[in-house]
Ligand binder design. Structure first.
Ligand code: ADP
Ligand code: MG
Length: 150
């Protein structure tokens, strides 16, 4: 378990970019055959989207990442020797896991060429892969945010 505290958005973005760089250089084989899945949990305003955008930037995703608030997920290309696609999910509005399963979730998370990030991942806890990277976000005082990665 690693804990990071950021004092402003810039610091949190740096953490996200560094993590993207580290994870991308990992071999796909380390992921147990499936996608690399990041499960983001935390209250509104705790920094999940800020993290997701900087993480995408760190992956080298070119297009402007709009928050997928109204579209559930967005797929982008990654130019990397290990990974081809980045999926950014925001499952805040779903009522059941079934809605995500119907979007081809199982295929998405079983493809080792994918990096998948889900905001509000506690809503789809039951269908997350066992080896996903869980990140808990907390809103501390003012602009302070805590991130706990397990
Ligand atoms: P979430 O997706 O968890 O709802 P957002 O990333 O959309 O959160 O929003 C975080 C808000 O908090 C943004 O308005 C951002 O500018 C602000 N903020 C202030 N300090 C920080 C920090 N240290 N890290 C991330 N965001 C911060
Ligand atoms: Mg968000």
């Amino acid at each position: 378990m690693k804990k990071f505290v950021s004092n402003n958005p810039k610091e949190l973005k740096k953490i996200a970019k560094d993590l993207a760089g580290n994870l991308m250089s990992r071999s796909r084989l380390d992921m147990g055959g499936g996608a690399l899945v990041l499960a983001l949990v935390g209250d509104l305003g705790s920094g999940k989207t800020t993290f997701a955008r900087a993480f995408a930037e760190g992956l080298g995703v070119k297009e402007k990442i709009k928050s997928p608030t109204f579209i559930i997920f967005r797929k982008s290309n990654i130019k990397n020797k290990n990974f081809l696609y980045f999926y950014h999910f925001d499952v805040y509005r779903i009522n059941s896991e079934k809605e995500i399963l119907n979007l081809g979730w199982k295929e998405i998370i079983s493809n080792p060429e994918n990096i998948v990030l889900a905001e509000w991942a506690d809503k789809i806890e039951k269908i997350l892969p066992k080896n996903c990277i869980k990140i808990n976000f907390k809103h501390l005082k003012g602009d302070k945010r805590e991130m706990e990665i397990d």
